[in-house]
Design a binder for this molecule. Structure first.
Ligand code: AHR
Length: 497
């Protein structure tokens, strides 16, 4: 097939907020214990953090990590996780049917963030608790000293405030599975009061209102409208969550789901702007897509109830999942003007790009690579590539373009990146990129992942699914031509210098 992309500096969607390359660590399964924290591990540092994992997190270049949940946060007492470790209580975690030892908590996570070169997006419990505990936590983490909560932090050995800037007002509060689930109106009131008091405690923070737990949630749309109407003046972002799975072996529809994702984002933006118009407000609410990924492989996994760090949600990702993750991230970037934060859920072991053996090694899952490429090369501004390519119908979708693409332009470094997924199972695409006012830019790298069976996975012993470099594409009179292999992930980098 033939495909054409036209690019120009004027096709700007928006500045890319680096937080769009965020991720997520929840007290869930082996994300914390056996994942980022394992004091007895041979690579553990003096704080018990696995340095083999930290090194991979740095490769992913993740600027922000959401913590501590997730469903977990809706039953969490943050006070359980601070102070002398020997005095911290063990608790039943009703969200995941596990025992939480609390040997890792807020200060340990903040320290880990520093070592992993990332920042924390902190969630507060608005399920079993409320505004009071939330504002106390802000005082504990962010106030310089001289008050009960800030002095408690100092007494725990942390003299300087952590300065956490971004806060989630609970998690998926529309879901029946959530501890302390609420109606939209109940949640709107709780979130408003919490956000207000948290911001009175520290005027520099931003807050995220929980949107629906997914586009399929029964109250989707109405939930956002009602809760935002109530909390509008105090919050900065609305959250979106979405996971996809290939439940019926229909690969083409699995990959086409980004059309649905596109519509989901568009609808939430419409709701935000409807409330803005209704209120005659000058303030714009942007989006925090703080949970997204493929999640379905591990759905039937069994585990021992009430054990510590049971191995749950341990999806082992295959090649087609990597293409879906790449396509999802491309879709998020196409809304870089309004999506300011996004979190690949999650980061280690639990539906994650990084997978460890407790007491053993670590490996990069297939989905590691598209995320790594976009996070490292996809900085600056997002450009809307005008794509001309054939379309196809799948069992669930019609008019699905074979090529999914986004371009990013880093003006400071005079660097342009083009990311493409070829969704055709069996056909290569000869791609022409019309470089318009990027004439003079030369390709310096062409990376792809292709040629694998769609079910191929990586393991501790064999990283068989990984990117490879290609010969550089030709450029003739401002037209770059590259071959995109069937069913492939592709990254083309061009520099002026
Ligand atoms: O990321 C796993 C879980 O998915 C989170 O705890 C919850 O918010 C969502 O349902």
């Amino acid at each position: 097939m033939k495909a054409k992309i036209t690019l120009a500096k004027e096709f700007k969607i928006g500045d890319i907020d680096k937080r769009i390359y965020g991720s997520f660590i929840e007290h869930l399964g082996r994300a914390v214990y056996g994942g980022i924290y394992e004091p007895d591990h041979k690579t553990a540092d003096e704080d018990g953090f696995r340095t083999d994992v930290i090194n991979l997190v740095k490769e992913l270049n993740v600027p922000i990590v959401r913590y501590p949940g997730g469903n977990f946060v809706s039953g969490y007492n943050w006070e359980d996780g601070v102070g002398p470790v020997e005095k911290r209580p063990k608790r039943l975690d009703l969200a995941w049917g596990a025992t939480e030892p609390n040997t890792f908590g807020t200060n340990e996570f903040m320290k880990w963030c520093k070592k992993a070169d990332t920042e924390c997006m902190m969630a507060v419990n608005l399920g079993t608790r409320g505004a009071d505990e939330a504002r106390n936590l802000v005082e504990y983490t962010n106030h310089k000293g001289g008050t009960a909560w800030s002095d408690l932090r100092k007494s725990h050995g942390y003299d300087e405030p952590w300065g956490v800037k971004l806060w989630c007002l609970g998690n998926e509060m529309d879901g029946a599975w959530q501890m302390g689930a609420k109606t939209a109106a109940e949640y709107g009131r709780t979130a408003l009061e919490a956000s207000k008091m948290m911001k009175w405690t520290d005027g520099s923070i931003e807050t995220v209102l929980c949107g629906s737990s997914s586009r399929n949630s029964k109250t989707f749309g109405e939930w956002e409208a009602t809760s935002l109407d109530i909390a509008y003046d105090s919050v900065d972002y609305v959250s979106l969550h979405q996971y996809y799975g290939n439940h019926d072996g229909d690969t083409e529809s699995f990959l086409a789901q980004t059309l649905e994702l596109e519509e989901f984002i568009h609808t939430v933006l419409c709701v935000c702007d409807y409330i803005k118009a209704k209120k005659r407000s000058k303030k714009t609410i942007n989006l925090s897509f703080d949970e997204w990924n493929v999640w379905y492989h591990s759905n039937d996994a069994e585990f021992e109830r009430w054990s510590v760090a049971p191995p749950i949600l341990e999806d082992i990702y295959n090649f087609e999942d990597a293409l879906v993750v790449g396509s999802m991230l491309i879709t998020l970037l196409r809304h870089a003007d309004r999506i300011k934060i996004a979190c690949l859920a999650q980061l280690v072991n639990v539906i994650a790009p990084i997978f460890t053996k407790t007491g053993g090694g670590v490996f990069k899952q297939t989905i590691f690579y598209p995320f790594e490429h976009m996070s490292n090369y996809g900085r600056g501004v997002a450009l809307n590539p005008i794509i001309n390519c054939p379309k196809h119908d799948t069992k669930r979708f019609t008019d699905v373009p074979y090529i999914e693409s986004i371009a990013t332009y880093d003006e400071e470094n005079e660097s342009l990146a083009v990311f493409c997924v070829n969704k055709s199972l069996d056909e290569s695409a000869v791609l022409d990129v019309n470089l318009m006012d990027f004439d003079g830019y030369k390709p310096v790298k062409f990376i792809s992942m292709d040629g694998y069976d769609k079910h191929q996975i990586n393991t501790f012993d064999n990283i068989s699914v990984k990117p490879h470099d290609n010969p550089l594409p030709a450029v003739d009179k401002g037209l770059l031509t590259a071959e995109l292999k069937p069913f492939s992930w592709n990254v083309i980098i061009l520099n002026k210098r």
